[in-house]
Design a binder for this molecule. Structure first.
Ligand code: ADP
Ligand code: MG
Length: 557
């Protein structure tokens, strides 16, 4: 059974809606119905003639925050939910329409799935027969399905949320049912969405996902119900994949230079904001390259498929006339929905860069180049690069697995831009690289150690004294002493052995690093692991030993 935070799988929808209304001011759950509604918009004999046009939508559950998350002033009046991935019944939809439809009428926004079209369509017809003014707009934004495909036709996907938003804003502005429906139809006509899945979906109570993908496989052209896509492809870098998807949208929607579009980038549920932003960046670049004017871009969880990893890209063309500017204003209009990703309204999607403050340091001293120091540093840098994988492996056991890559970033900075100068000058530059490129805990500690050593050398100290000054710097900033299971366990004995020569230094560091196997960590990330680290050496101490040994070998030559 897939791990999920649920109770009885039969109650997931009801329980999730009960939780949702707690987080969304101005909403309520209808008794014995999976309907979320704004109570102030529920029609009574008193307000029947004064309530604005209602905008309702819904469908199967599992697409959270859709649809109930959009029930809020300026967006949906009510949302009807079915069970996970299954359309609500005609009667429940009818109850929803009856509850919120006053004299101004009601727009029902339907995602194009056979079940939703039938249940919402029949409910609307029954409501009309009762004398209510009801319009239905069906959204079918799925560009993966071509007109010639032999199937039930295009499906409604994440782009539907743009219809909710604009029609909801128009209703909030007290426009007529005809106008509100016309806006939803304009959106529906200009919309295109394409989805890709990186994983399958596990429905609550099911033992596993509906389909499984190989490590490097993706599904292109997905619906939102955990069904496979139109075709299976190899995973490629995000930019390449997005280029293909955007091209599909452009061809389908016949977009060209000068067209104005808004874009909505949606997570299928499990894809994190970091990846969404990488997709957003690529979408913006693709559109810019074609001269298409991206006037808004929003991203987030908009229309999900439970725990699926994947992303959808929606483009909506804004008509060139006043209808287009009106539509943009409606999309920008404020709404109380927390789920609507277009907040704050009106952000312009162009990357702005501000320059970083740059400071050129004064030289520490003006003496000539020291080739021996340069050879020693170069050797230490090579040792760190050679040990990259091993240090990362060690840090995975007792830390977070970034030490090798982090130190290697600093090492590569030196390899790319080594400096010639006095020993002090070279160490100071190495300190700058450590500060700028390593990060984590090691970055600042190496930076301070190298800087103190550089300053000490510049003021005429001997090498052993400069080394000791550097180690003091590490202890001052990090607060670690011998026995705390850190790099200090290698550095401190090494510094104390410095007057006895390089072999003594390396031996002392090695013994210190070995001693960490038996230590519990009192500093750094490992300190949270208690005795789980026992038997493993501290990776920072191992790193020290590796570069000290390389320095010794270089100086011996
Ligand atoms: P993190 O990822 O935990 O921020 P790094 O991976 O950059 O840190 O470095 C981990 C190493 O840093 C440890 O193996 C240990 O040698 C060293 N370390 C952690 N805390 C301290 C400290 N307070 N003083 C000295 N060294 C420390
Ligand atoms: Mg680490």
């Amino acid at each position: 059974m897939a791990k999920k935070l649920i109770n009885d799988p039969r109650n997931v929808v009801r329980e999730s809606l009960e939780g949702l209304v707690l987080t969304q001011p101005g909403t309520a759950l209808m008794k014995d119905r999976l309907i979320v509604v704004r109570p102030e918009q529920v029609v009574t004999a008193d307000n029947r003639s004064s309530v604005p046009v209602a905008v309702i939508s819904g469908g199967g559950a599992g697409h959270e925050p859709a649809h109930a998350g959009y029930v809020a002033a300026g967006m949906l009046t009510a949302a009807v939910s079915g069970e996970v991935f299954s359309s609500p019944s005609v009667d429940v939809v009818l109850d929803c329409i009856r509850a919120v439809t006053g004299d101004a009428g009601c727009l029902v926004v339907v995602k194009s799935y056979t079940g939703d079209r039938l249940n919402f369509g029949l409910a609307a017809e029954l409501a009309r027969a009762e004398g209510l003014k009801v319009e239905v707009v069906v959204v079918a934004d799925d560009v993966a399905i071509t007109e010639s495909d032999a199937n039930a036709g295009r499906r409604g996907l994440a782009g539907t949320v743009l219809a909710h938003k604009s029609a909801g804003a128009a209703a909030h502005a007290r426009r007529s049912l005809e106008e509100v429906a016309a806006i939803a139809r304009t959106v529906s006509a200009g919309l295109g969405t394409i989805g890709v899945g990186l994983s399958g979906v596990t429905v609550p109570g099911a033992s596993g996902p509906g389909f499984t993908l190989g490590e490097d496989e993706i599904e292109v052209g997905l619906g939102i119900h955990g069904e496979p896509g139109v075709r299976r492809e190899k995973l490629r870098p995000a930019d390449e994949l997005v280029a293909e998807l955007v091209q599909l949208l452009i061809t389908d929607r016949q977009l060209g230079a000068g067209d104005r579009v808004v874009a909505l980038i949606g997570s299928a549920g499990a894809t994190p904001p970091m990846e969404l932003s990488i997709v957003t960046r690529a979408v913006a670049a693709q559109l810019a390259a074609r001269g298409i004017d991206l006037v808004r871009v929003w991203q987030g969880l908009v229309m999900t498929s439970l725990d699926m990893a994947g992303v959808s890209i929606t483009l909506l063309r804004l008509p060139d006339d006043e209808i287009g500017s009106d539509l943009l204003a409606l999309l920008d209009a404020p709404t109380a929905s927390r789920a609507w990703p277009g907040r704050p309204p009106g952000a312009i999607p162009h990357l702005q860069l501000v320059p970083a403050p740059g400071v050129v340091p004064e030289p520490l001293d003006a003496t000539g180049h020291d080739p021996v120091v340069r050879a020693a540093i170069d050797a230490a840098i090579r040792a760190v690069l050679d040990q990259e994988e091993e240090l990362t492996r060690l840090d995975q056991v007792v830390g977070d697995g970034d030490l090798g890559t982090a130190l290697a970033r600093g090492a590569r900075a030196w390899a790319a831009q080594p400096v010639d100068g006095s020993g002090a000058e070279q160490l100071r530059r190495l300190s700058e690289y450590a500060r700028r490129d390593i990060g984590g805990t090691s970055g600042p500690l190496y930076a301070v150690g190298l800087l103190r050593a550089a300053e000490s050398l510049a003021s005429g100290a001997s090498w052993p004294d400069a080394f000791a000054a550097g180690v003091d710097g590490v202890r001052d900033l990090g607060g670690a002493s011998v026995g705390d299971r850190t790099m200090v366990d290698a550095l401190q004995p090494a510094a104390e052995a410095a007057p006895d020569g390089l072999d003594a230094v390396v031996d002392a560091a090695q013994r210190g690093a070995d001693s960490t196997r038996a230590l519990r960590a009192r500093r750094g990330r490992s300190s949270y692991l208690g005795d789980r680290v026992e038997g493993h050496p501290d990776p920072g101490a191992v790193a020290v030993t590796a570069w000290l040994a390389a320095v010794r070998d270089a100086l011996r030559r």
